[in-house]
Write a protein of this length. Structure first.
Length: 428
C-alpha cells in the first residue's frame, strides 16, 4: 500500500515533493525511506479517536516494528509512550533522551540485569510475564529497596486468525499466564500483596499481529474487562490500568481487506466505553500498543535494478541490490509486497518476473510473479509498506551492509546512517 505522501508526475514517483530517483542517487541504495506524512497521520488518528472522557488514554508505540535513536526522539516530541523488550531497547530509548518512565517493558524471559536496570531507572511499567519472573522482580526490588509499577501479562485464549508465528494469545503461547489458570493467578496475586515494593496497577494482553478485523479485539476487550473486574472484586483490589496490546494490521496488497486506523480505533473506543460503563468497572486507564500500523505503510525500500535474466526454463528474474537481509519477511512468513519502478510509474507492466535479491539463497525472493515494465540497468525499484519489521529484522548474512534510513517530510533527515565495511569488523 502506497504511503500518503507519494505522488506521480511525468512518469516519476515523488515523496512529499522529493523525486524518488533523486533520493536514491543522493543516499544510495538499498535505502529505507520513511514518509513523515503517513506517520503523523497514523499517530494523530489514534490520539484523536481513542481519547475519551471515560478513561485516560496512552498511545504506546511498539518499538519492535522500527526503532532508531532519532525516531524515538521524533515520537517523544509527539507525546507517545513506547514499549521495550530488551536491555538494548532500553539503552537506545534512554540515549535518545526520552524518560524511561514513559516505557512499558515487556519480555517473557527478562534477565536480572534487565530488571535491575529498569527498576533503577524508574521504568514506567514493568510487565511481569510469569510466576518465576514475579519472584525475580520481588527479589531484585527488595535488594534495591525501590518500588516498581507493574502489570501482569495474561493470556485471554483468543484465536486472532493471523500467521501462526505472530499469534500470541493461544493457550499454547509462550507469553503470559492464562486467565483460566485460577490457581496460578491466585498464587501470583497473593505474592504481589505480600511484596513491599511491587505495585500492581493492572493487566496486559496482546492477541497477535497483523489482525484485520474488530471482532478479535472486541472479544479481547470483553474478556479482559470482565477478568480485571472479577479480580478487583474477589481480591478487594483497585487495579485501574488495562493495556490491550497492539496487532492492528495494514494492507500489503491492493486487494487485501483491512480497516483503516480511523475505523478500527473509533470502533474500539466505542466498545471499550460501553463495556466499562455497563460493567461499572474501576478501570480508568487504557493503553494500546500499535507499531506496524504507525510505521508500516510509511516505509518504502528503494533498490537499484541490474537487469532481467531469463532462465532456460523461461523464468524471468529482475535482480536488485538488496534482498532477504533487508527484508526477511517474504522468506520467513511468505509475506507479499507490491512494487513499482520509480522512474517508470505510468509505463505499461508487461513482463512477469520474480524480484530476486543478491544473497546466496534460492529463497531470496522479495516478490514472486509480479508484472513490471521493461527494466533497464540503473532503474530504481520501490517496494511499498516496508516500514515495519524490515529494518528491525535486518541481518548481516553474506556480510551485506545495513541500509541507511531517511525520514522524508518537507525536508529529508538521515535517522540511521548506512553501515560501512569498517563496521563489519568492529566486533572482531
Amino acid at each position: 500500500m502506497q504511503p500518503l505522501g507519494l505522488t506521480i508526475k511525468d512518469n516519476e514517483a515523488y515523496l512529499n515533493g522529493h523525486k524518488i530517483t533523486d533520493l536514491a542517487k543522493e543516499y544510495k541504495t538499498p535505502l529505507y525511506v520513511m514518509d513523515e506524512t503517513t506517520i503523523k497521520n497514523a499517530i494523530t488518528t489514534y490520539q484523536e479517536n481513542m481519547k475519551s472522557d471515560k478513561y485516560r488514554f496512552d498511545l504506546v508505540y511498539a518499538s519492535k516494528a522500527f526503532l532508531t535513536l532519532e525516531f524515538v526522539k521524533y515520537i517523544d516530541a509527539l507525546q507517545l509512550h513506547i514499549d521495550a523488550v530488551s536491555l538494548g531497547d532500553l539503552y537506545v530509548i534512554q540515549k535518545s533522551g526520552m524518560s524511561l518512565n514513559k516505557v512499558v517493558f515487556h519480555g517473557n524471559n527478562k534477565s536480572n540485569e534487565e530488571i535491575e536496570f529498569a527498576i533503577k531507572n524508574n521504568i514506567g511499567y514493568l510487565v511481569i510475564d510469569n510466576m518465576n519472573e514475579l519472584e525475580k522482580v520481588i527479589t531484585i526490588s527488595n535488594k534495591l529497596q525501590k518500588a516498581v509499577t507493574c502489570l501482569i501479562r495474561v493470556n485471554p485464549g483468543i484465536d486472532a486468525h493471523t500467521h501462526k508465528y505472530i499469534q500470541t494469545a493461544l493457550f499454547t503461547s509462550k507469553f503470559g499466564e492464562s486467565i483460566y489458570d485460577k490457581p496460578r493467578i491466585d498464587e501470583m496475586l497473593k505474592l504481589v500483596k505480600s511484596s513491599k515494593y511491587v505495585n500492581l496497577c493492572g493487566f496486559h494482553a496482546h492477541i497477535g499481529s497483523q489482525i484485520h478485523e474488530t471482532a478479535a479485539f472486541q472479544l479481547e476487550i470483553e474478556k479482559m474487562i470482565d477478568f480485571q473486574n472479577e479480580i478487583n472484586q474477589e481480591y478487594k483490589l483497585h487495579l485501574q490500568t488495562l493495556n490491550l496490546g497492539g496487532g492492528f494490521g495494514i494492507k500489503y496488497e491492493k486487494d487485501e481487506r483491512n480497516l483503516s486506523i480511523e475505523e478500527m480505533s473509533s470502533s474500539l473506543k466505542k466498545y471499550i466505553e460501553e463495556k466499562l460503563v455497563d460493567s461499572n468497572s474501576e478501570i480508568n486507564h487504557i493503553m494500546i500498543e500499535p507499531g506496524r500500523s504507525i510505521v508500516g505503510r510509511a516505509g518504502i525500500t528503494l533498490y537499484t535494478c541490474s537487469y532481467i535474466k531469463q532462465t532456460f526454463g523461461k523464468k524471468n528474474y529482475v535482480f536488485i541490490d538488496g534482498g532477504m537481509t533487508d527484508n526477511i519477511r517474504p522468506a520467513l512468513y511468505g509475506a507479499t509486497y507490491e512494487c513499482d519502478i520509480a522512474n517508470k510509474m505510468n509505463a505499461p507492466k508487461e513482463i512477469l518476473v520474480d524480484v530476486a535479491g543478491k544473497c546466496c539463497e534460492s529463497g531470496d525472493i522479495i516478490r514472486k510473479d509480479v508484472l513490471i515494465p521493461n527494466v533497464e540497468s540503473g532503474d530504481i525499484m520501490l517496494v511499498y509498506a516496508t516500514g515495519a519489521y524490515n529494518y528491525s529484522m535486518f541481518s548481516n548474512y553474506n556480510n551485506m551492509l545495513k541500509p541507511a534510513v531517511i525520514l522524508v517530510g518537507s525536508n529529508v533527515k538521515v535517522i540511521s546512517r548506512r553501515e560501512t565495511l569498517e563496521d563489519l569488523c568492529k566486533l572482531f
